[in-house]
Ligand binder design. Structure first.
Ligand code: F6P
Length: 323
């Protein structure tokens, strides 16, 4: 095997706290192994349109604790086309890249598969606040987003308690309820609505609120995963059908920002190192993930077919707290 001399690194899709820590780990690990690194801006867009710059270990100083991504990120429709992918491959050839580390979510990995099928070795690192990547128990950014949401909801609880109101809070998560359920348990929510369970007003909302009332509570906290529907509609339902003074908060992109937690920094550092090690040893076309606390390497095609189910025993824990 020819020694790996130069690799590219990019972040793509929705940003996640800890992406910078992963970029830093890739750059520092590679330069330590004598491999040059090219930073590619705005994800696949940078490969299609030739937007890149050489990165040194110095360029990633003090980004470990920074939210967002200094490489910028984008969703790139051009990369979905035959022409766009050919351009991306041409950029890789022009730069003499022996591999690319792509940090992002599902969409990023579909792009990674396209590129790897065209002969460019790619290693993916899962980073999304949704934690919805089938091949990995954990995705970078999830812990920070959970903690951010918990901090916001704790504050909401203060004012809901004072006014004896019902707070209906919408959290992100795309089509999955991981974020909502973890956050719901952590804030002691009255009810948590997640797409995996479906939504029935009587069963999932009215009943837990009634039980909470019987326990003596005069304020209520409802966490809604965006995949279930609009918190505004659910807030109106609570007002109309239960006669409660409901207030709706959509946490939105607040959840994507902020300095990554220790867990996200540590995970990003390990995944970044593992991705570079794989490329340096001639292993490409895979996604780094976690299983039972250990890091895994799964071929991209297989990884994209894997499904991760929300562990419903967590829902049981939530229910046990609501009795
Ligand atoms: O995938 C991360 C995520 O924040 C989802 O939770 C959310 O549905 C989506 O991205 C929002 O995307 P955008 O930043 O394009 O509005």
């Amino acid at each position: 095997m020819e020694p790996v001399k130069r690799i590219g690194v990019l972040t793509s899709g929705g940003d996640a706290p800890g992406m910078n820590a992963a970029v830093r780990a890739v750059v520092r690990s590679a330069t330590g192994m004598g491999i040059e690194v090219v930073g590619i801006r705005r994800g696949w867009h940078g490969l299609v349109f030739g937007d890149f710059f050489p990165m040194t270990a110095r360029d990633v100083s003090h980004i470990l604790n920074a939210g967002g991504t200094t490489l910028y990120t984008a969703r790139c429709p051009e990369f979905m086309t035959e022409e766009g992918q050919q351009k991306a491959v041409a950029t890789c050839r022009l730069l003499g890249l022996d591999g690319v580390v792509a940090i992002g979510g599902d969409g990023t990995f579909r792009g990674a598969l396209d590129l790897s099928r065209r002969g460019v070795p790619v290693v993916g690192i899962p980073a999304t606040i949704d934690n919805d990547i089938g091949c990995s128990n954990y995705t970078i950014g999830f812990d920070t987003a959970c903690n951010t949401a918990v901090g916001c909801i704790d504050r909401l609880r203060d004012t809901m308690q004072s006014h004896e109101r019902c707070s209906v809070v919408e959290v992100m998560g795309r089509h999955a309820g991981f974020l909502a359920l973890y956050v719901g348990i952590a804030v002691g929510a009255t009810a948590v609505l997640i797409p995996e369970r479906g939504y029935d007003f009587e069963r999932d909302l009215a009943e837990p609120i009634r039980r909470s009332r019987l326990r003596g509570s005069t304020h209520f906290m409802v966490v809604v995963a965006e995949g279930v529907g609009s918190a505004l509609d659910i807030g109106n339902e609570v007002r109309d059908k239960l006669g409660l003074d409901a207030r709706v908060t959509v946490l939105g992109h607040i959840q994507r920002g902020g300095s990554p937690t220790a867990r996200d920094r540590e995970m990003a550092s390990r995944m970044g190192y593992t991705a570079v090690k794989a490329l340096s040893e001639g292993r490409g076309d895979l996604i780094v993930g976690t299983k039972d606390g250990f890091l895994t390497e799964i071929p991209i095609e297989e990884a994209l077919q894997m499904k991760k189910n929300l562990q419903m025993d967590r829902y049981e824990v939530l229910q046990a707290m609501q009795r």
